[in-house]
Design a protein around this ligand. Structure first.
Ligand code: GUN
Length: 286
């Protein structure tokens, strides 16, 4: 059976690092790293994510302030809130929970965030910095995946890595981080031909396609490391179940190491968000 990469446990280590940095910033500079979380509308999944982020922040000593706007809010109102948060020196990090209701322009909102407060790493300046190998604030989920990979691989150089999925939030920044770590990187997606054989040739597979149990044991090279970013809520016999993009039971028999869902990438994402908040706070000291 594959080694289990325990995201819950690993995230507590990252959160301890965050807590120590919070304490340093308080003792040396008298500041409390503060994260503003903006939630527009009532998307149930987003509400759960935001609640979890606020709870973990509290535990690590990061101050979090949730701003809830109703689903009909205008682009102007949202931009104005971003403007207020940009200009508030007590706020070090700004996160706008995605997706936004369809009448709002996500790109415009992300571009409006002050890049030094962009703890999601989604602002074009931060995206460009990462692509150019000068990463500043790095998207949280891929950052968490890299910490998990380094638990298994002390040296990633020369590894064949396949990222399944090409989203701006996960797939693309994940590929950039793997490339920065000297992996040979392939991005596979819904139009990719021979996706199975591409994956079967990989030392590392990062599954971020958003399709429940897309990847089964036939896709995996014996001993490969499999990181499952998927969180798919599926109705099974009238019960809601969280499923990854990886068929865990079968793949765990083939892989060398694997992350579970839940308890894998999810907790790491939140821990990295808080890490980014302390980093952003420190950078704003000068
Ligand atoms: N929605 C799903 N994942 C994310 C994320 O990492 N950041 C934000 N802001 N919204 C999300």
């Amino acid at each position: 059976m594959a080694q289990l990469i325990d995201g819950k446990q690993l995230s507590t280590q990252v959160l301890q690092e965050v807590a120590s940095e919070v304490e340093l910033l308080r003792a040396e500079y008298g500041i409390v790293p503060t994260l503003a979380v903006v939630l527009v509308g009532e998307d149930p999944a987003s509400q759960v994510y935001v609640r979890n982020k606020v709870k973990r922040a509290e535990e690590a000593g990061v101050c979090s302030i949730a701003h809830r706007l109703d689903a009909e809010c205008t682009q102007d109102a949202l931009n104005q809130l971003i403007d207020v948060l940009n200009n508030d020196s007590q706020v070090h990090g700004i996160l706008v929970q995605l997706p936004l209701p369809s009448h709002l322009d996500e790109e415009e909102v992300i571009a409006a965030i002050n890049p030094v407060k962009d703890v999601d790493g989604f602002h074009p300046l931060n995206v460009g910095a990462l692509a150019a190998g000068r990463a500043s604030l790095v998207p949280c989920t891929p950052q968490g995946c890299m910490i998990m990979l380094r638990q298994v691989h002390s040296d990633l150089s020369g590894k064949n890595a396949v990222v399944v999925g090409r989203s701006n939030i996960v797939g693309k920044p994940m590929a950039a981080l793997l490339l920065q770590a000297d992996c040979t990187v392939t991005i596979a997606h819904s139009r990719t031909k021979n996706i199975e054989s591409l994956c079967r040739n990989a030392d590392i597979v990062v599954a971020a396609a958003g399709r429940a149990e897309l990847i089964n044991a036939d896709w995996i090279k014996p001993g490969a490391t499999v990181i499952d970013v998927g969180i798919n809520a599926i109705d099974l016999d009238g019960k809601r179940k969280l499923m990854g993009d990886v068929a865990f039971e079968s793949v765990a028999r083939i892989a060398g190491a694997i992350t579970p869902v839940p308890g894998g990438v999810g907790p790491m994402t939140i821990a990295c968000l808080l890490l980014n908040t302390t980093r952003a706070a420190r950078r704003q000291l000068a």
